[in-house]
Each structure stands twice: as C-alpha cells, then as structure tokens.
Design a protein around this ligand. Sequence first.
Ligand code: IPM
Ligand code: MG
Length: 360
Amino acid sequence: MVLHIGCIPGDGIGPEIVRETRKVLDRVAEKYGHEIAYTEILLGGASIDVHGVPLTQEAIEAAKKSDAVLMGSIGGDAATSPWYQLPPDKRPEAGLLAIRKALGLFANLRPALLYQELAGACPLKEEISRAGFDMLIMRELTGGLYFGERRTTVENGLRTAVDTLTYNEEEIRRIAVKAFDIARKRRNKVTSVDKANVLDSSRLWRDVTSQVAQEYPDVELSHMLVDNCAMQLVKDPAQFDVILTENMFGDILSDEASMVTGSIGMLASASLNDTKFGLYEPSHGSAPDIAGKDIANPIATVLSASMMLRYSFDLDREADAVEEAVQKVLREGYRTGDIMSAGCVQVGCTGMGDLLAERI
Ligand code: IPM
Ligand code: MG
C-alpha cells in the first residue's frame, strides 16, 4: 500500500527525532512491501523563519491531502528565541493549536505506561511502581480554555485579562464516545476528570459523560475531581485505565502521568478526528537545550509512528513490529541519556534510530 505521510519536523529536537523515525518507517515499508510518500510541512518556529507566521494555509492543505501526519515538536526557548518577541497569536504554539483546530483533531490520546525495563527510572516509591501502570489519557483537544475568546484590556486603570472556557454537549459527547470505545479495547474503565464542584462546564461534562455511559453498560465510569486526580496519579496510578478530560486538565495531567513513568522521552500521542486521519507526535516538547546534540530520545516519536500505522492505516502487524523493536532494544540494554541506568549501553539519537531500524 502507498502511505501518504505529511511530515512536520518542527523545531528543537524535532528534526532529529523525525529523521530517526523515518528511518524506522522506511525499514517497515521495505520489509512489508509498502511505499511511503512523504510531504514535508512547515509548522511553528520553522514556519515563522520562512513565512513569518507559524502556520500557513498551504501547510493546512498539505496536511489535509495526507493520510496522516507525523510531527516532531515545535517551539523554542521563550527567554532567548526571537519567536517569542512576536505577539502571542504569531508564536510557534499558536500554529500547533491552529492546525489541530483546522484538521478537527478533537481527540488526543496519550498513553502513559511503565516499561518494566525502565521501572528503575520511575520516581515513585518502589511499592507503588512494582504494581506497574498502563493508562491512556483521552484529552479533548479543540475546545475549552485554549480556544475560548480571550483579551487583555484596562478596566478601572488595571490591566485585566479574560480567558473563557466553553463546551457544548456535542463536543463533550464525541470525546466521551471515543473514550468509551477505546476503554472497550483496554480494561473497560473510564475515569472522567472535571472540577464539577466549581465549574459549570464541568457539571455539563459530568452530565453528558454519564449519559454516554448508559450506552456502554460493559464499561465502568467513575468521576474524579481534577485536584484529586493529580494526587491519585502519584499515589496509586495503577487504578487508572482511561482518563477522560477536557483540554487544559488533560494538558497538565498528561505531563504528570508521563513524568511518573520516569521516561517522558518514551511516550507517544495521537490526535484524531472522526475519520482515519490523525496527527501523531511525541508527548514531550522540543527540548531546545539539547537540540542538534544527537542525544535526544527518538522512541516517543517512533511509538507515535506505530500508533499512526495502527489507527490511520490499520497496519497492526507493522505497528506490532515497531513496538517489538522498541522492547527488544530496551531488553538488550541500549538507552539514550534520559533513560540511562547503570550497566546499560548509552547511545545517541542516531544510534537509537539505527538499532530500532535494524530490529524491524
Ligand atoms: C501539548 C503542548 C501544547 C498544548 C502547547 C505547546 C500549545 O503543551 O501538546 O501538550 O498545550 O496543547
Ligand atoms: Mg502540554
């Protein structure tokens, strides 16, 4: 089959981790008889440098013409990069938010699991990490505070900023349906996270998710307040299967969940709409401090590509092969610096890409 893949290297470590991921994908294509046609797309700082804006219409069209998009990471160091001298809506992050919206990618899947080989890197107490954990955060990605109306004005002589958090019931319903569908393929448990003791949007969220749950009698739904969830993630992460939550809570909780695995460099993500199309990117950022040093961990991007093979192309065998290659390399004791531990062999970004490709 011919795979039309849009490719966004982006900023910081993005170009290196995407380069290594393509190495792995090319090997998959060779082995399983596929052909990959890549279209390079500019986003974020890389687009600002060429076009003056973080996202162009041309980039949106190129993404739409692809079957799926593989992305590295975008953004730079806010203290030093000239991109952050621009107004907020012209900065790299605005491009990412805009492309998610333009492609209708309302469902963001962020799996966070503890790899047994890396259990030593887990910052939690051993009695907690021993139980292991494997959760998936289903984050709503195109609504809520990040897309509400915002403004800064002067009221009574004081600078005053307003952000608005809006959800309608259809936006809640469609993400809830995705969460319940995926829970059926996992352990049949959804924890919906909100702040229903304070926010109207959360009370609506709780109401709609409870309604959707009635269509899934085989899936257990519970509700949890977001502040409690932040605590439970470090106290007893094994209790979670699918965490369903709105945009900002999901942004924050997914970073926390990935950190408790001890290996943010390992965690993939998929942003999906209602078709087979998806945008696949690592859960981590662009790490400008280590960019270009060939020390970044490409595994999160490689695993994002495996999600792409599975969700956008229905190539389960190929996706399994990528995941097995990752397991194999870890079992053999190869590590990038971020997951290095005593007795293992440290390799760079290129070295890790080569090892993974060889094991496909
Ligand atoms: C993420 C990032 C983005 C977000 C930023 C870069 C806009 O933090 O993907 O989690 O908040 O969605
Ligand atoms: Mg984030």
